[in-house]
Design a protein around this ligand. Structure first.
Ligand code: NDP
Ligand code: 2IT
Length: 448
């Protein structure tokens, strides 16, 4: 690695030695920026790398709430306001027991480049809590969300920072959070949160956007090899928001969706998911909030407790659950089963050694910051509709989402080619996202 880039990376390790997911995300980006730093010395002169790895602001706070027995519980809340060079901070909230500062720094850092790739004016941020919504009653989740917003409201706003959902934060949680924000601020109609419901400020297609967008991106990658989804065996991990709509879109395109999973295990669907099965999963996960094993039981399908879908083998893999859920052993299994494309729906689901293997073997591989950007892009479209007091039809939003994904694909593809590594979407996306933010920071001087 270039000495200057190595010194920036080393300073991250020295300052925050325990933030391993952040180290991983930063290293992946920094490594690919070598040719840019060489070509444009202005970025080094302006210390863009040193500045871009450091969040502009970090907020951490106590979230007290009462459980169903009337007992006081205490969680930690966070917002990492990473970079606002090109627009207000934008990015989701994650509620999951593994949430800590290092995880949110990785997500906020990724978000900065992802949002730049959408071409919409959004900076990068991420927040959340170590609160675990699993097994909680609706009333408990509501109480937690209200307490969380009692502190968060003062840090966000349509021109400052616009949160949305992520793991553990869906339509239900956004509703409770938005209610608290409205009560405290006495305003309605601002785009202070995205992922709102239809009829109270939300956008059509926002729930579908990340999963659909991931499939649209993958479609573009496949086109470069004269391939498509039709008849392909598609492995999907997760069974949450992103996985659900990636599955729906892949099915619409004629693919055989052969797996779903959750943190307890994976289900194999050798003949492909049917519309009836998909409806069952939607009800199971979004209404009953049950486990994917119940789906396996209902349809008499193979269920691997503690397993991941990758061992089932397939043509296309769409990891849509969480970070580092596809490792080198999984990549080897996929490659030996003849996988042709891997499209990241989750953020950083592929470990670095697995990613290197895919790139080395010439497998089409899209990094999450490019292929899952459809979610935040549609959040941007929700912000536009809120500002204009407008509602666009599902067809209109889907058309714009599709156009944005095609454009991100083209940008990553062209940038990889320009920098001498055709087909390397990781390098292409990192460089294209970085250039947009870095140029803005240079133009605004050292304060940006
Ligand atoms: P959801 O909470 O709706 O679903 C998450 C899914 O992943 C669940 O099936 C969950 O299983 C599984 N999962 C979570 N943690 C783990 C774990 N440690 N090990 C195994 N499985 C796990 O979240 P989303 O679908 O919204 O998010 C999925 C991924 O997509 C995340 O990486 C997120 O950052 C990313 N993303 C989401 C966007 C969005 O718009 N929602 C936009 C862009 C990216 P279980 O219920 O058992 O925990
Ligand atoms: O990781 C992500 O891009 C998201 N969770 C969506 C963020 C958003 O603001 O819609």
């Amino acid at each position: 690695m270039d000495k200057y880039i190595e010194s920036v990376y080393q300073s991250i390790l020295d300052k925050d030695p325990l933030q391993k997911e952040f180290h991983q995300a930063a290293l992946e980006v920094l490594e690919t920026l070598e040719p840019v730093i060489e070509k444009y010395p202005v970025f080094k002169e302006h210390k863009i790398l040193e500045r871009i790895v450091e969040p502009e602001r970090i907020i951490q706070f106590r979230v007290p709430w009462k459980d169903k027995n009337g007992e006081i519980q205490i969680n930690r809340g966070y917002r990492v306001q990473y970079n606002s060079a090109i627009g207000p901070y934008k990015g989701g909230f994650r509620f999951h027991p593994t949430v800590y500062l290092g995880l949110l720094k990785f997500l906020g850092f990724e978000q900065t480049f992802k949002n730049a790739l959408t071409t919409l004016p959004m900076g990068g941020g991420k927040g959340g809590s170590d609160f675990d919504p699993h097994g909680k009653t609706d009333a408990e989740v509501e109480s937690f969300c209200h307490s969380f917003m009692m502190e968060m409201y003062r840090h966000i706003g349509q021109f400052t920072d616009v949160p949305a959902g992520d793991i553990g934060v869906g339509g239900r949680e956004i509703g409770y959070l938005y209610a608290a924000y409205r009560k405290i601020r006495n305003v309605h109609g601002t785009g202070v949160l995205t992922g709102k419901g239809w009829g109270w400020g939300g956008s059509r297609i926002r729930p579908q956007a990340t999963g659909y967008g991931n499939v649209y991106f993958c479609q573009e990658m496949l086109k470069t090899k004269d391939e498509d989804f039709k008849g392909k065996k598609v492995l999907i991990s997760g069974s949450g928001n992103v996985a659900q709509y990636a599955a729906e879109k892949a099915m619409q395109l004629g693919a055989k969706v052969a797996s779903m999973s959750d943190s307890s295990g994976a289900v194999h669907i050798p003949d492909g998911m049917t519309k009836e099965m998909w409806d069952y999963v939607m009800e199971l996960k979004n209404v009953k909030r049950g486990r994917i094993s119940e789906f396996a039981e209902k349809y008499n399908l193979e269920y691997v407790k503690g397993g991941r879908p990758w061992q089932f083998g397939g043509d296309i893999a769409l990891p849509c659950a969480t970070q580092n859920e596809l490792d080198k052993k999984d990549a080897e299994a996929l490659i030996s089963s003849g996988v042709i494309a891997v499209g990241e729906g989750a953020n950083m689901p592929t470990t670095p050694d697995a990613m290197s293997l895919f790139l080395e073997k010439g497998i089409l591989f899209s990094p999450g910051k490019a292929s899952n950007a459809g979610g935040v892009a549609t959040s941007g479209l929700e912000m536009s509709q809120n500002s204009g007091r407008l509602f666009w039809s599902a067809e209109e939003v889907d058309k714009q989402l599709h156009g944005i994904m095609v454009n991100i694909h083209q940008t990553a593809y062209d940038t990889a080619k320009e920098f001498g590594q055709p087909g390397n979407y990781v390098l292409g996306a990192n460089i294209a996202g970085f250039m947009k933010v870095a140029n803005a920071m240079v133009a605004m001087g050292y304060l940006a």
